[in-house]
Design a protein around this ligand. Structure first.
Ligand code: CA
Length: 439
C-alpha cells in the first residue's frame, strides 16, 4: 500500500492530547494495532490501537456503535490476537483505520459517546503478544551484516556465491517468540572452543542480540500457490521490531550443515505494536541501487514497482542498560542506529521468495528481515559485528566493559519513521532483560 490518504494528513490532531506531542510515537497518523488487557485484571485480552499514551479498546467502541463504517472489521477485534483482523486483508484493515482516525480526531462529532472505559492509559495496560504466530522465518537481508559476519569466517570471500541471487533465510521457532518486557533466560547448550578437544555443555557464553524488523502476514496464500511480487503487499499486514537473540557459542558449533537451531530458538522478542503497511506508506521509497556488476534478480524477484517503492525507511536503534546502570537511574547506552532502507532485499521480495515453491503463509505468520546492519561503523546491529566476535570490548558509560551480554543486561530496540513534511510515527520498544541460566 503506497498511496497516502486523509489518515496520513500531517495536520490531523487527536482529542487524546498526548498524541499531539511532537515526539509522540503514536500520533493519530500511526494507529498501530496490538493486544492488551488491564494490568492485574482477569479480563480477556483484546485488540486495541495505540494513541498517544493510551490504548483505545476497538471492541468497546464497536459495541457503542462508533465504528459502524467498519463494523465487520471491528467485530474481528474482539479476540485475544490480531489474526482475525489480519486475515481480512488490507481493504478491511484500511476501512477500520479510517473509522478509528475519524473517531479520534479533535473535531470528532461522536467523541462524547466514547465510553470512558474504552480508553486505557498505557501505564495501566498489559500488552500481549500481538498475534498467534504459527510460523516464524528469519531472513538475512542486510548485505552489510552478511558481509561483516562472513568476513570473520571467510576473510577472502565473505559473501557466499548465492547471496545476491536468493534471499537467504532459516526457519525460526514460533513457540518462543515473546512480547517486549518478557525476560530472556540465558540458554544452556553445547559448544566447543576452536582449540578444545571436545565439546562441553553449560550456560552459554557469547550471548548476543540482533536488531531486526518483523513483518506480520495478513491474508495468506493456499498451499501450492505462490504470491507474485506484484501482489505481495496485499499479504503484508504490518511491521514490528524484532530482537533475534543469538547464542554465538552454540550457533558456532551447531550451524553446519543445516543452519541455526538451538542457538536461536530459546527466545525472540517482538514489540507489542504492529504498525500497518498503510501507516508506513509515506515512508516508502526506492530500493538501494545495486552496485555495478551485481546480478539482476530473477524475474519473480524483480519489478520496476518494487525497485521504485519497495524499500521502507524505518530508523532503528539498539541500546543497552546493565543492572547497575538501571539501579543508578542511568539512561540506556545507544550502541547502534541504522535504517531498514539499506536492506538488499525488500520485504515484498521476501514474501514472493518465501512462497515461490508453493509454501503457504498464514495470517499472523512472522517474517523477520535479519540483522539490519547498515554500511557504517555506527550501524552494526549485533555485538558479533560491534566487537569483532568478542575481540574488541566496548565501555559502558559507568566504565564497565562488554564483549557480549551479561546476566542482568537489558537490551532495548526502538524504531521511528521520519520524513520532512510527514508526521513522525514510532514503533515503540522491544525490551528484554537477560536472566541467568538454570543450572
Ligand atoms: Ca537473525
Amino acid at each position: 500500500m503506497t498511496n497516502t490518504n486523509e489518515t496520513h494528513d500531517p495536520s490531523l490532531e487527536s482529542w487524546v492530547d498526548s498524541a499531539n506531542a511532537p515526539n509522540a510515537a503514536f500520533p493519530i497518523q500511526n494507529l498501530p494495532f496490538g493486544v492488551f488487557s488491564r494490568r492485574g485484571s482477569a479480563e480477556m485480552p483484546r485488540v486495541g490501537v495505540a494513541i498517544g499514551d493510551a490504548v483505545l479498546d476497538v471492541s468497546a467502541c464497536h459495541a457503542a456503535g462508533l465504528l459502524d463504517d467498519a463494523a465487520e472489521t471491528a467485530a474481528a477485534c474482539a479476540a485475544p490476537e490480531l489474526n482475525r483482523l489480519m486475515s481480512l486483508g488490507p481493504t478491511h484493515a484500511s476501512r477500520l483505520r479510517l473509522a478509528l482516525s475519524r473517531l479520534l480526531r479533535r473535531d470528532s462529532a461522536v467523541r462524547a459517546r466514547v465510553p470512558p472505559q474504552a480508553l486505557v492509559s498505557l501505564r495501566d495496560a498489559e500488552l500481549h503478544l500481538p498475534a498467534s504466530i504459527g510460523d516464524y522465518s528469519d531472513f538475512f537481508a542486510s548485505i552489510h551484516h552478511a558481509t561483516n559476519a562472513g568476513r570473520m569466517f571467510r576473510p577472502d570471500s565473505p559473501l557466499l556465491p548465492n547471496y545476491k541471487h536468493v534471499p537467504i533465510a532459516y526457519h525460526g521457532r514460533a513457540s518462543s517468540v515473546i512480547v517486549s518486557g518478557t525476560a530472556v533466560r540465558r540458554p544452556v547448550g553445547q559448544s566447543k572452543a576452536p582449540d578444545a578437544a571436545a565439546p562441553t555443555i553449560g550456560a552459554s557464553k557469547r550471548l548476543d542480540y540482533e536488531l531486526e524488523l518483523g513483518v506480520f502476514i495478513g491474508a495468506g496464500n493456499k498451499l501450492g500457490e505462490r504470491i507474485a511480487l506484484a501482489d505481495a503487499e496485499q499479504h503484508v499486514f504490518g511491521m514490528c521490531l524484532v530482537n533475534d537473540w543469538s547464542a554465538r557459542a552454540i550457533q558456532g558449533w551447531e550451524y553446519q550443515p543445516l543452519g541455526p537451531f538451538l542457538g536461536k530458538s530459546f527466545g525472540t522478542t517482538v514489540s507489542p505494536w504492529v504498525v500497518t503497511l498503510e501507516a508506513l506508506a509515506p515512508f516508502r521509497g526506492p530500493a538501494p541501487e545495486r552496485p555495478q556488476g551485481d546480478p539482476r534478480p530473477l524475474p519473480y524477484l524483480s519489478s520496476s514497482a518494487d525497485r521504485a517503492n519497495g524499500a521502507i525507511d524505518i530508523d532503528v536503534e539498539v541500546a543497552i542498560a546493565s543492572s547497575t546502570m538501571r539501579t543508578n537511574g542511568a539512561p540506556a547506552h545507544t550502541l547502534a542506529r541504522t535504517s531498514s532502507r539499506h536492506l538488499y532485499w525488500t520485504i515484498f521480495q521476501m514474501v514472493a521468495h518465501h512462497t515461490v515453491n508453493g509454501c503457504n503463509l498464514r495470517p499472523g505468520d512472522l517474517i523477520a528481515t535479519g540483522t539490519a546492519s547498515g554500511p557504517t561503523a555506527g550501524e552494526l546491529g549485533s555485538l558479533l559485528e560491534l566487537t569483532a566476535n568478542g575481540a574488541k570490548p566496548f565501555a559502558l558509560p559507568d566504565g564497565d566493559t562488554r564483549t557480549f551480554l551479561e546476566d542482568g543486561d537489558e537490551v532495548i530496540l526502538r524504531g521511528f519513521c521520519r520524513r520532512d513534511g510527514v508526521r513522525t510515527i514510532g514503533f515503540g520498544e522491544a525490551r528484554g532483560i537477560i536472566a541467568s541460566a538454570v543450572a
